[in-house]
Design a protein around this ligand. Sequence first.
Ligand SMILES: Nc1ncnc2c1ncn2[C@@H]1O[C@H](COP(=O)(O)OP(=O)(O)OP(=O)(O)O)[C@@H](O)[C@H]1O
Length: 235
Amino acid sequence: MTLLATRGLSKQFAGLHAVEDVDFDLPKGQVRALIGPNGAGKTTFVGMLCGRIEPSAGTVRFDDHDISALPAHKRINLGMAYTFQITSVFANLTIAENVALAARRRLRGAEVESAVAEALAHVGLREPPDRAAGDLSYGHQRLLEIAMGLVQKPRLLILDEPTQGLADSEIEAFKALIRELSASATILLIEHNMAVVMETADRITVLNFGQVLAEGTPAEIRADRAVQAAYLGTG
Ligand SMILES: Nc1ncnc2c1ncn2[C@@H]1O[C@H](COP(=O)(O)OP(=O)(O)OP(=O)(O)O)[C@@H](O)[C@H]1O
């Protein structure tokens, strides 16, 4: 079953085709990586999926409903969660308070507390929960954001550059986390770290100049000449 689909999805910024005519299908349960050179349109594309960026043309369907006109918060209520390159944690709140805010979208009372603890344990953020989020390193703020996404028990989890700022050991733990999460959620992963992409993704979509250049398994993408030329700089 297809959980998320786009048709003809496009975005122009003052004449620049950031995303151009993208048809994209993400089956339920898949871990899909979205890769491409800097400026290929990845963040713009997911911004349109989430309702943060208004498309110039095209449609987005989620769970077979046309959500193209829905505002971002309604898409979250349908089961989409996302973390962005720019962290959106509240710096003055504690770690636990940040996750609790997200948890209250679906839970009340004592359930919030246990869900917060569970989500923090899940992402492996080993920091005191009463620490101010603003005091965390960039990488740990990214993990906190993932916990904020997870606590909402999303059906689709969109992660934009989640390993940026993480130490090597934390990246290893992150790979395991993705595999574990894929049992209960569909995942769309924008990631520059090719080891993470190759080891966690079921399939990879490659964007280049706003268009889909290739799509396939990690092995197919690794062997694709056009991808090598455009993305890896070897051809
Ligand atoms: N708000 C904006 N106004 C004008 N141009 C924009 C805007 N947002 C993105 N762009 C342009 O659209 C193109 C796609 O950018 P986007 O950030 O989506 O790429 P990306 O693949 O996510 O890049 P990166 O890997 O560097 O994050 C780029 O040329 C970028 O400069």
